[in-house]
Design a protein around this ligand. Sequence first.
Ligand code: BTN
Length: 322
Amino acid sequence: MRLLMENATVVVSGTKIAQEISSNRFEVWRLIQQLRGLGVDVAGHPATGYQLRTVPDLLLPEILQRLIRGTIFDSHLHHYYKIGSTNVTAMSAAADGAPEGSVFLAEEQTAGRGRGANAWHSERSAGIYCSVLLRPVLPPSHVLVLSLAAGLAVGEAIRQMDSRVQIDLKWPNDVLIGGKKVCGILTEMNSEIMQVRYIVVGIGINVNHASFPEDLVGLATSLRLESGSEWSRVELAAALLKSLHREYREFLEEADAKKSILRRFAERSSWVIGKVVRIEDGGSDFEGACEGTTEGLDERGFLRVRTTQGMRTVLSGTVREK
Ligand code: BTN
C-alpha cells in the first residue's frame, strides 16, 4: 500500500514491488488481491504492473504520523484493515506492556463494542474506529472526567474541520448532531483500588456513512449526511489525536483542569442543565428508572437529576430525553 501510494500516478511493476518487500511476484499478486478485497481500487495485473486508481483515504500510520508529530500519539500507531475491536486489541496490548500513547486504528471492525451490551456499527472505511492507550498516574475516580475530556476533544476536532457543524455533547460520552449520534466513546480501564494501571479510550466517529442499518435509522447520523459532502478521515483523525493530546496534557498538568473540563462540557451540552430526562438501566444511586430535570455535574463528573423524590446522582446508565 505504501509503495503504491508513493507512486500514485504511475504504474509500479510487480517485480519492483516484490524487490521492495523482499518477496516474489506471486506474493505481490496475492497481496494486491487482498487489498482489492478490502476495497482499495488497484488497476493492473502481474504482466503490466499495478497502479492506484484513486488515492484512498486510509488511516495509514505513514500518513498520520507526519500530521500529528509532537503529540504523545506519534510513535506507536497501529493500523488494521479489519479487526474485531480496536478496544479489545488495545486492552490486550496494554496488558502486554504497550506504551502510553499507543494508537489502534481500524478501517473496519467486525465486533465493534459500544457501551453496555451494545455493538458499534463499523462500516469499512466510512468511519474512524480508534482506540488510544493512556497510563496516567490517577485514582480510578478521576477517569470519568478524562472520558468527558475525550468528548470535548472530538467536538473540537469536528469544529476545526467545519465550524458550521453544530455539535451537542450528551452525558457521559455521546456526540450528537441534531439529536442523532455521530460519535460514541467507550472508555475502559484496568485498575487497582487506588491507582489506574491503564486506560483505553475508544472513539467511533460516523464520518462518511451514506446510510445506516434499519435499527439505527433516526438514532445515528454521519458528518457526511449532516454536511452534505465527504470528509477526509485522515485529516479528521489527525485533528482528533492532536486535540486529545491537548486535553490530556491539560488534564495532567493544569491545577484547575478538572473544573475547566466540567465547565466546558456543561457549556457545550444541552443535556447537563435543565433537560427533562429519564434514566434507564439503573445506573444511579437509586433503584430502577427515574425521571427528572438535569441540574449539572458534580465534582466527579456525575450527572445530577432533580426528581420528585429529591436530587439523584446518575453514575452510569442511559439518559433519554422525556
Ligand atoms: C458507545 O456505545 O457510544 C461507544 C461506542 C464506542 C465505539 C468505538 S469504535 C473504536 C473502539 N473500538 C470499539 O470496539 N469500540 C470503540
